[in-house]
Structure formats: structure tokens, C-alpha cells
Design a protein around this ligand. Sequence first.
Ligand SMILES: C[S@@+](CC[C@H](N)C(=O)[O-])C[C@H]1O[C@@H](n2cnc3c(N)ncnc32)[C@H](O)[C@@H]1O
Length: 293
Amino acid sequence: MSEQHETPTPDPPSGGNPITPGSQASFGTYRRQPVSFVRRGTRLQGRRQQAWDEHAEAFVIDVPRHVADTSVHPDYVFDADAEFGRPAQEAPLIVEIGSGLGEAIVAAAEASPEQNFLAVEVYRPGLANTLLRIGQRGLTNVRVVQANAPEVLGTMLPPGSVSELWVFFPDPWHKTKHHKRRLVNDSFAELAARVLAPGGVWRLATDWSGYAQQMRSVVAASPDFRNAHDGERAGAASPLTAAWASGADCEPTGETDSVGGWAPRFEGRVQTSFENKALKAGRVIFDLTAVRE
Ligand SMILES: C[S@@+](CC[C@H](N)C(=O)[O-])C[C@H]1O[C@@H](n2cnc3c(N)ncnc32)[C@H](O)[C@@H]1O
């Protein structure tokens, strides 16, 4: 698989020295941070191409771009009421970041027709697959956008417009030198807090113990969120204790997680093929739930 880094991205609108599009400084960055993805193939074939041709007009949000082709122009604001044809008070908006093949969001949209769903994904074949599923089920309450998530949360979605934000199995970026590419960090928490309504819920899941600890720390450090399960599932009940015992994704230490804070599995999260692979490899699944203060 050939990998290509994200194309140039914009300088922060709030000032600083502008980054010249195409310059080294702009390569693979968003607001001076590296983006959390590498570009994979965008070509569609067969059923995915057909699904795109049939359903893109109705379900893909046509976002004005800024510099990169997965960027969002900072002046563009999503109007959910107009897009879904019903007011947000009647149909709360759930946003999934990194929706992959669309398994989770389409299942949830089918189960909850009274809610609106937005899938945010940079991987075009994944979005095409999501369209395929939407079409097969005849859903009307899902839209998809091909865009870099921090830009969607930073400017595209109005403040307080989201009732739930889902980040399930974000790319783990294992190597220490790549940790700066991880999506869930302190600045992402600020963006999540921006879009979530008070009392709104941020749900996270990962199959990597190191990233799970980072997520838990990000939630704990954020003044905008409280961990809905603070202190729960510590000790022998902690998935981290299990991971440390098994050594499936780290050196087995046999230590005990005395902090806890892990949520029970979110029942609205269907088991994706991605999660299946993790389970087959013996990895432990971590769920976290944070509530917007
Ligand atoms: C490991 S996959 C998990 C997919 C899905 N959530 C699941 O559980 O099956 C992570 C996904 O996040 C997407 N992604 C990574 N960084 C992103 C970003 N900045 N904006 C939007 N999507 C992103 C990737 O393209 C990939 O499809």
C-alpha cells in the first residue's frame, strides 16, 4: 500500500507567521501539529464506486476546502437543521470521528431514526462503504464528510451543536516518536468541548493500553469534562490490569491499575471488523465516557 502524507494545510487564522502552502512546514500538519492520518488510496472500484455515484449527492457534505483536499474552509459552518430537514431540538446530532467503513454509525443510525448522525472520515473508500450501507438500509438520518476531524470540530460545527461525539479505535501511532500524531490529546479535548452541548457525551474506545491511558489522562486533565465512571473498574476489574497481565500489546508487568475510570462497553457500539481483529489478537478493549460540564 503506498502511503502519502496529507497535502499542505492552513496556518491558524488567529495569526502567527503564515505557513506557505507546499512548504516543508505545511507538509502533513494542521495548525502546526502533525495530522493523525496518512493518505491512503482514494480510488474507488466496483460496488464502492457505484455507491458513491448513487448516493454522494444526497449524503456527502460538500465542504468548501481551504488548502488541503481534506481540509475545511474556516468560514464554512454546517447547518444541521437545513441538512437533515428537522430542528436539532427534535433530532440531536451524534458525530463519529474516524468512522472507518461506517459499521458503527450506520448501525446506530438504523437503530435510532430519531437522531441525526454525521460520519467524519478522511478515507474515501471507507466513506464509500458507509454510503453503500446507508443505501442498503434506506436511511435518511446520516451524512458523511471527508475531512480532517480537528477542522470539523474547530470551525465547521457550531459550538454546542453536538449531543454525542464518538471516537472509536483511533489510529494508535505506537512508536514514541509518533505519539504526537495521536488524535486524542489535550488540544483535541478542547475541540471536543467546543462542539458538545453542556451534558453532552464524549465516548472513546481503543484496543491499545498505552493510548487508553493517554485518553484517560486527557479526560482527567480537561477542565471541560468529567469522567462519567471515575474510579470505577479499578484493580482486578480494570481492563488495564488485564492488559498488563496478558502482555498482548505491551510488556507483561503483572501490575494492577489502581486508578480505574473505565466505562462499561457502550451498548450502542457494534463490534466492527476492526475490533474483531483486535480481539482475535488477544488485545483488551477499553471504553471511556466523558461528560461535558
Ligand atoms: C483504526 S481506524 C478505526 C475505524 C472505525 N472507528 C472502527 O472502529 O472500525 C481509524 C480511522 O480514523 C480515520 N482518521 C484518522 N485520522 C483522522 C482525522 N484526522 N480525521 C478524520 N478521520 C481520521 C482513519 O482514516 C481510519 O479510518
